[in-house]
Unconditional design. Structure first.
Length: 266
């Protein structure tokens, strides 16, 4: 057999996009078998939305005269997409040795993390749909129309994506499922020390001061502007800046943890 013939039947080196797609595809195929980890991400935000709406809508309308249904919807969707990731599955792969075996293959090391994040984005966008439908059922409408709705979902997906950097960093650093689950504790001060439930002008004292410096406040402000006031450039830029700031921190931690885990495996 000639050299030309040998080379013609040899395998071709896969590209980076192929590596990312392979990891993402495996992660997405696992999701139907793990619906118990996804369903609460829809049920809990829907529950909070309904309860807060029932308890505070009349009070909010009498006090300020604004549409509380529209005001509260970004809180519910941001709640749904925050903390959803494949980090627990990554821990299982690390403990079972599958991650180490992947590191022995030619797959790009960064694709091992980015592929999971691609799968996360698909799930995060899907999680927006049922909560948005709930809002539409109670009468919420977007002042920015369909384009604004698309930007809204994209911004929510970006926020959910950058937050995944924290559980991935912990998963890669520790390989401990309990440590990964504890990342949800970070969610509470980031999310509830904001104007998520009442307008910032109604907050007082230390709570108002913390909300002013909390990046999630500006994320929620950007999302609300798309629903209630139209295309407000300053609100959108502030929301994007908040997402970018958290993303730089979380993704840096995740990539550093990935480098450390790969070195440890070698």
């Amino acid at each position: 057999m000639t050299t030309t013939a040998v080379s013609s039947i040899g395998g071709r080196e896969s590209g980076f996009a192929h590596d990312v797609g392979s990891v993402a595809g495996r992660a997405l195929r696992q999701i139907p078998r793990e619906l118990t980890s996804v369903i609460p991400a829809v049920f809990v935000p829907a529950f909070f939305y309904a309860v807060n709406l029932g308890a505070l809508e009349n009070l909010a309308q009498r006090a300020a005269g604004y549409d509380y249904k529209a005001f509260l919807l970004p809180m519910a969707i941001a709640f749904a997409v925050t903390g959803m990731s494949r980090a627990p599955t990554l821990v299982t792969d690390i403990q079972g040795g599958y991650f180490d075996r992947l590191c022995m293959t030619p797959v790009r090391r960064s694709a091992l993390l980015l592929g999971l994040m691609v799968a996360d984005v698909v799930v995060l966008v899907a999680l927006c749909v049922p909560v948005l439908l709930m809002g539409f059922i109670v009468g919420v409408r977007f002042e920015t129309g369909i384009p604004g709705l698309i930007v809204f979902v994209v911004l929510c997906g970006l926020w959910g994506l950058v937050f995944t950097g924290f559980p991935y960093a912990v998963a890669l650093k520790t390989g401990n499922p309990a440590a990964v689950n504890s990342c949800f504790v970070l969610f509470f001060p980031l999310f509830f020390l904001t104007d998520a439930v009442v307008p910032k002008g109604a907050l007082t004292g230390w709570f108002s001061d913390i909300a002013t410096y909390n990046p999630v406040t500006y994320l929620l402000g950007a999302l609300r502007s798309l629903i209630t006031t139209g295309w407000v450039g300053s609100a959108l830029w502030q929301g994007l800046a908040a997402v970018a700031g958290i993303g730089i921190l979380s993704m840096s931690l995740a990539l550093l943890a990935l480098r450390g885990r790969v070195r440890q495996g070698n």
